[in-house]
Design a protein around this ligand. Structure first.
Ligand SMILES: [Zn+2]
Length: 445
């Protein structure tokens, strides 16, 4: 409709902005492989900004504010017997074997130990980023360690724990996964209290909210660039809109003891969640939200799917808050991309590239690139699984999968007459680096 109004200027605009002239076709041509071969090396040369990752050593408990429940099911490609992880170790460390049997894995362990000695302090992980051509990587961690260089690993801190200040017996007892997750939220809240020299929950609700603001101010001073919610793991992501008085009444009743009913607890949490979202707008701290399936057999996808957040995301009261939908709603990424119609909503593709093989992830990226290409960002979701399979191999798998799937998606779009190769490279720069970096107003690069 808008195009028709523009009339004669349209064809000029199309040529100048680099779109292919002519009609798009429904199949790629025989040139698609060649286009892919041309694009891939150029895409590999683009220094990336990893918008979601958990870098760190496997014995570092601060790589996340929660932990995987024991014996959780893992999707095929994310199991630790995935042979691609041996390819990762080969690419990064010259690993000479094709499997990760315990005898062979020892080689890898020794190699890493030796390298960590050679590359002391922050040099080890900086070198990993260099090898993968990642300029900077978000560190979504409970706290930052001294072995990650803050210039290359900007901190994204966790905000969930402020929603669990009361007695959590009922919350932890809901299922075995919550029995692991909720105590870790309590621990995180205690750490924020320690940080602010608060020994017990303030008696007044107003003082509790002020304590939260102080944590955010201090985290920002410590280099925190964004807040992250993993709330989908702990409760449904449908948020009602209670008044401050309602939350205050519940706080007064339970701050000093007693176990709130589930209904009261949710009402209180709904208020705190909206308070934090608002605070993110006020302090210019983007809000990252986990929006995919999650680890743990009890993760409830229908109660925690990304579309539950729609009423919050499309609420004009939060127009000054920047939202990043971590993991892009996977496996609902097709619906999720339409949330990016909101000017302040972005989608991160991390985990999609690990849960799916590149052939399938290519389809995700292509559909996103064809809808809101200026609203999508790259992330690896790297994580140290164990001593052998570290954040290093996981970085490699995420970066390689994303770059190859991106090159393939763009090659098809070029071959199908949707865009030119020049435009394809602009879109690659935006996805791998520029779009995310712009969200932080010069604080990252
Ligand atoms: Zn993550």
């Amino acid at each position: 409709m808008r195009l028709a109004v523009r009339g004669p200027i349209l064809s000029v605009v199309i040529c100048v902005s680099g779109f292919a002239v002519g009609q798009a076709r429904p199949f790629p041509g025989p040139d698609v492989q060649q286009i892919y071969q041309r694009l891939l090396p150029q895409i590999e040369k683009i220094p990336a900004f990893d918008h979601h990752a958990h870098p760190g050593y496997s014995d570092d408990p601060d790589v996340d504010a929660m932990a995987a429940p024991p014996d959780a099911s893992a999707a095929l490609r994310t199991r630790d017997d995935n042979p691609e992880l041996a390819a990762a170790a080969k690419a990064l460390f010259g690993y000479p074997y094709t499997d990760l049997s315990p005898e062979h894995a020892k080689w890898l362990l020794d190699k890493k130990t030796e390298l960590k000695k050679q590359l002391a302090g922050t040099a080890y992980f900086n070198t990993i980023l260099d090898k993968l051509n990642i300029e900077s990587s978000v560190a979504n961690r409970a706290m930052m360690p001294d072995y990650l260089d803050p210039k290359r690993f900007p901190w994204v801190f966790f905000a969930d724990s402020f929603m669990w200040p009361f007695n959590n017996e009922h919350e932890s007892a809901r299922n075995p996964d919550e029995g692991v997750f909720i105590p870790l939220q309590e621990k995180m809240l205690r750490r924020w209290m320690q940080q602010e020299n608060v020994t017990k929950l303030p008696a007044r609700f107003n003082d509790y909210l002020e304590f939260i603001v102080r944590v955010f101010d201090d985290n920002q001073k410590k280099g925190g660039i964004a807040m992250k919610f993993e709330v989908a793991y702990f409760r449904p992501t449908t948020f009602t809109d209670p008044t401050r008085q309602q939350a205050d009444d519940i706080y007064q009743q339970y701050a000093s003891g007693g176990t709130p009913s589930e209904k009261d607890y949710r009402t209180f949490q709904d208020f705190i969640f909206r308070f934090l979202v608002n605070l993110g707008g006020r302090l210019n701290i983007p809000v990252h939200i986990h929006t995919a399936v999650g680890i743990g057999d009890y993760f409830n996808l229908s109660q925690s799917n990304i579309m539950n957040l729609e009423s919050v995301l499309r609420d004009p009261r939060y127009a000054s808050t920047t939202f990043v939908m971590i993991h892009g709603g996977y496996p609902l990424e097709r619906e999720a991309i339409w949330l990016a119609a909101m000017k302040n909503v972005y989608l991160d593709s991390s985990f999609g590239e690990l849960a799916q093989y590149p052939a399938a992830f290519k389809e995700t990226l292509k559909m996103w690139l064809e809808t809101f290409p200026d609203k999508i960002t790259f992330g690896t979701d790297c994580f140290p699984y164990n001593q052998v399979l570290g954040a290093e191999e996981s970085y490699w798998l995420g970066a390689e999968s994303s770059r190859t799937a991106l090159a393939a998606a763009l090659a098809e779009m070029v071959s199908e007459n949707e865009i030119t190769e020049a435009r394809a490279l602009e879109l690659a720069h935006a996805y791998l680096h520029d779009t995310a970096v712009k969200l932080y107003g010069g604080r990252v690069h």
